[in-house]
Design a protein around this ligand. Structure first.
Ligand SMILES: Cc1ncc(C[n+]2csc(CCOP(=O)(O)OP(=O)(O)O)c2C)c(N)n1
Ligand code: SF4
Ligand SMILES: [Mg+2]
Length: 297
């Protein structure tokens, strides 16, 4: 694994530039900066409707210093497939083509195009930064919002569990990885690996959002670490159908090593009204997720 010392020494170029308009403590910004450090300047990015469209700013002062296109919500993976084909025809096979999409644009609206690209084996990387709601339009629930979280469309707490898109994509037989912005070396290595593999690759990144989750912006990395330590988000990669736990998740297969979910929930305003019964429901769901993962090991 790449060490933090190596990252400090080798990754000094900023491809996603400072001075953009993310909120303070935005998890998306960390995710995209480090993903781009791994992918390098020979990368073109497709961004379906999301916070990312807005935070890049207006030309000529846009944050991405590489080819970047805003795209209709449903069309991220389809657009990337077309760009890939164009680069290949032009003999630019070395270009990476990456989609950087929100959870709404992925788990709800973009999943059809994503599934199509995976089935066809389009040579693209599809990255979903998961802030667990439609944040750019003011915090509506998505299928990636966790059970019990309040949003503007679930004011008393969502009644459905988070959709497991990484495993849906793994069922397509492609490379799948999960990351958290609390573990940058792990994220960096997974993007590097994805860039080295043929076909369609899917990476989902836990990327907390201070205004949407209602916590202090200075706590973003700590919150992203707690979601891993409680096992509510599991770090792994699936290659050739085999799952390998990574980062802090590698030590958490034993239930006793995981922190209780309440330690994560109690830090965020979006769970402030959650009942004891709902906390128990979430804990049971987490423990079952870990059991289900064993089938992939
Ligand atoms: C077809 C369509 N419907 C609605 C919108 C409005 N819209 C723009 S961004 C957005 C939220 C996207 O949520 P997500 O994909 O999770 O990204 P985030 O905003 O959280 O970064 C919505 C609903 C749109 N641009 N296009
Ligand atoms: S609303 Fe959330 S995801 Fe969007 S820019 Fe602000 S912190 Fe980042
Ligand atoms: Mg979102």
């Amino acid at each position: 694994m790449t060490s933090i010392k190596q990252l400090r020494e080798e990754c000094t170029d900023e491809l996603f530039c400072a001075g953009n308009s993310t909120c303070a403590g935005c998890g998306l910004e960390l995710a995209i900066r480090w993903a781009m450090k791994a992918l390098g300047p020979r990368t073109a990015m497709v961004a379906p409707a999301s916070c990312l469209n807005v935070i890049v700013g207006l030309w000529p002062k846009t944050a991405p210093s590489y080819p970047f296109i805003n795209m209709a919500f449903a069309a991220g993976a389809a657009a990337a497939t077309g760009i890939r084909a164009a680069y290949d025809i032009k003999g630019k096979e070395d270009m990476n083509v990456v989609v950087f999409a929100g959870d709404g644009g992925t788990t709800d609206i973009g999943i059809q195009a994503l599934s199509g690209a995976a089935e066809r084996g389009s040579n693209i990387i599809y990255a979903c930064y998961d802030n667990e709601a439609y944040m750019n339009t003011g915090r509506q629930r998505s299928s990636s919002t966790p059970y019990g979280a309040s949003t503007t469309t679930t004011p008393t707490g969502k009644r459905q569990h988070k959709k497991n898109v990484p495993l849906i994509m793994a069922s397509h037989g492609i490379y799948v990885a999960t990351c958290s912005i609390s573990d940058i070396p792990d994220l960096y290595d997974k993007f590097k690996k994805a860039a080295s593999l043929p076909g369609c690759k899917y990476i989902q990144i836990m990327a907390p959002c201070p205004p949407g989750w209602r916590y202090d912006p200075s706590d973003t990395v700590r919150i992203a670490d707690l979601v891993v330590k409680t096992g509510m988000w599991i770090l792994y990669e699936i290659e050739n159908g085999k799952l390998r736990l990574t980062g802090k998740s590698a030590r958490l297969l034993d239930k006793d090593q995981r922190l209780p979910v309440v330690e994560y929930l109690s830090e965020q305003g979006r769970f402030s009204k959650i009942s004891e019964q709902d906390i128990q429901e979430l804990q049971t769901w987490v423990d079952k997720n870990w059991e289900d993962l064993k089938r992939w090991m």
